[in-house]
Design a protein. Structure first.
Length: 577
């Protein structure tokens, strides 16, 4: 591979010429305390950090920035930290998903408008991974993704706790009167006890694994716990490697190929991935000009067994156990025959080279293909008259008795209405009912919130029930579980069929045949459709106004229509500055 000269670097256009504008650029760098020897003649590397004091998952990022900087300097580059929107998952309302595209836009524009030759993207908390990667793919400069890594296992009273998953579990038991105030406070303090993302196979771990499987991380980087010393060394390695990537001209389009996205989808299915993977994978692929659809993902899932025995789809184990068992390299080695191992990755090697010699150290955590946790992948696509453009379900994470189910609908038009009803012990509901929440999609939520794991009504909780069929046009946390059908498209807020469903209508789920239908005749549905009135828009100004006019539906990845690429085009717009 031929190496670039300094004059071919983007940053040289800012700093190399002997003209007035470059004089100004150099003088302002000197104002910051740098000499020309610090930054002229070297690749300038942006470290895009999504740290904030309200993002607990990224609390270690200030130190990791310095770890990356050390590697950049060792390799002869010049590093600059560039703060990016944090979109923390825990505290952002109404949902961090409302701002994923804002992070993507900020990332693209920050790269494009500054003298950056390459970037290290630091993310992990759910929406930061796809947001950063979407923007960097479009910007087209060499990039490497540094995953935050999972936190350590939770612990309370000798019990191992999984973030998110055990919150739902203990909340149900508390509502049933089985958990004391002291126990509840103890779980609260023990469920998240270190820096890092959720240590279940939630959306954060899913998306970091997808970035790894795509080839955008150093091999196996996604599995390293946030507080492990190996995470510091990996960060420094990222700094060294990005400098070489700049000289090699290794841009994202060389990695973000159709085979790479198919690999990432298969690996996601094998890990027991979050349902959110569907939305983000499609959005990232469309940025790269790769035609990846719900039908592609369903087809890949049908032939990919779930082999990572990690909660919530697996039993007992968490991401720390997955790391000790060999991590993502070992999982990909296990399923090597199912992957295109000729794809190129950011370290300049093929996937085959990267997983050579990887071993599984605990075959109950990373199962062999002959002994999967679940015979198919973790996600399934549904279609039917309730979801003509698709819906998703996580079959391995719900009671199998709901895989084929028929029951009367119990419909709620808003989250507050639903929340109030489920705590009414006199609610007229049976285990056969199908709970439905609508007006919770990309436009209706607003922003596509994680409301899809609808709470089991207290009346059923007290009878001992812990699952029931639930349907919504919302998302749910990757740490969630249960018989939840999500991402119903088109959403009800724009007149999708879910808007026409009424209390008592019979709903049928047929998972083996991938069907979700309301048993209402077409003439009646046409009559209801004619009577339906569109709701008032959620936003009148600002980001929400822009979001509501340009966001695509769930089956298209919820990107903005003006940011997607025509399939087949090369990523990376030419610089205009």
């Amino acid at each position: 591979m031929s190496r670039k000269t300094y004059d071919e670097l983007r940053s040289a256009r800012w700093f190399a010429p002997d003209d007035l504008r470059s004089f100004g650029h150099r003088s302002r760098m000197m104002q910051l305390g740098y000499s020309e020897e610090d930054f002229v003649g070297k690749p300038i590397i942006g470290i895009l950090s999504t740290w904030s004091e309200l993002n607990s998952c990224h609390g270690h990022f200030p130190e990791r920035v310095e770890n990356v900087r050390r590697g950049v300097l060792q390799a002869g580059g010049f590093a600059v930290e560039m703060p990016a929107l944090s979109v923390d998952e825990s505290l952002t309302k109404p949902t961090s998903m409302l701002y994923r595209n804002l992070l993507a836009m900020e990332t693209e524009e920050m790269i494009r408008s500054h003298p950056l030759d390459g970037v290290v993207l630091m993310g992990g908390c759910d929406k930061t991974t796809p947001g950063l990667i979407m923007g960097a793919i479009t910007a087209g400069v060499p990039m490497i993704y540094l995953p935050a890594g999972p936190m350590l296992r939770g612990n309370y009273a000798g019990r191992v706790l999984g973030s998110g998953s055990d919150a739902w579990k203990y909340w149900d038991e508390r509502r049933a009167g089985n958990v004391t105030d002291a126990e509840w406070v103890g779980v609260q303090g023990g469920i998240a006890r270190s820096h890092g993302t959720c240590m279940t196979m939630g959306t954060a771990a899913t998306m970091m694994s997808i970035a790894d499987a795509l080839g955008f991380t150093l091999p196996g980087a996604s599995s390293i716990p946030a507080v492990d010393s190996g995470h510091k060394r990996m960060s420094t390695d990222c700094g060294r490697r990005i400098v070489d990537m700049v000289w090699e001209g290794m841009t994202p389009d060389k990695v973000a190929t159709t085979p790479a996205f198919h690999n990432a989808a298969k690996v996601a299915m094998a890990t027991g991935c979050s349902t959110n993977a569907v939305v983000h994978l499609i959005a990232m692929a469309r940025r790269a000009g790769v035609d990846l659809t719900l039908d592609h993902l369903d087809a890949l899932g049908r032939t990919t067994p779930l082999i990572a025995n990690v909660r919530p789809s697996g039993k007992g184990y968490l991401m720390e156990d997955f790391f000790y068992a060999g991590g993502l390299r070992a999982l990909m080695k296990t399923m090597e025959e199912m992957l295109d191992t000729a794809v190129l990755t950011v370290n300049g090697k093929t996937l085959a080279e990267n997983i050579e010699g990887a071993e599984v150290y605990n075959d109950d955590v990373i199962r062999p293909l002959s002994n999967p946790v679940y015979k198919e992948g973790s996600l399934a696509l549904l279609r039917g008259n309730l979801c003509p453009d698709g819906a998703v379900i996580k079959p391995a994470a719900c009671d199998p008795k709901f895989h084929v189910h028929e029951g009367p609908a119990l419909v709620f038009d808003s989250y507050p209405e639903m929340k109030k009803a489920v705590d009414d012990e006199n609610l007229d509901v049976t285990p056969d009912h199908v709970m439905v929440l609508r007006n919770a999609g990309p436009l209706g939520g607003p922003g596509f919130p994680e409301w899809g794991m609808l709470p089991i009504p207290k009346a059923l909780i007290k009878q001992g029930h812990r699952d029931m069929l639930r349907i919504s046009d919302a998302r749910m946390s990757g740490t969630s579980y249960g018989a939840c059908v999500l991402h119903v498209a088109p959403e009800s807020f724009i007149g999708g069929p879910l808007a026409l469903l009424k209390n008592g209508d019979i709903v049928r789920l047929d998972l083996p045949n991938r069907r979700l239908d309301m048993l209402v005749d077409e003439a009646e549905l046409e009559r209801r459709k004619a009577e339906w009135t569109p709701p008032e828009p959620r936003f009148q100004r600002g980001w929400g106004w822009m979001f509501s006019r340009h966001v695509t539906q769930a089956d298209k990845g919820c990107d903005f229509d003006f940011l997607e690429r025509d399939f087949g085009r090369t990523a990376g717009e030419p610089d205009i500055f």
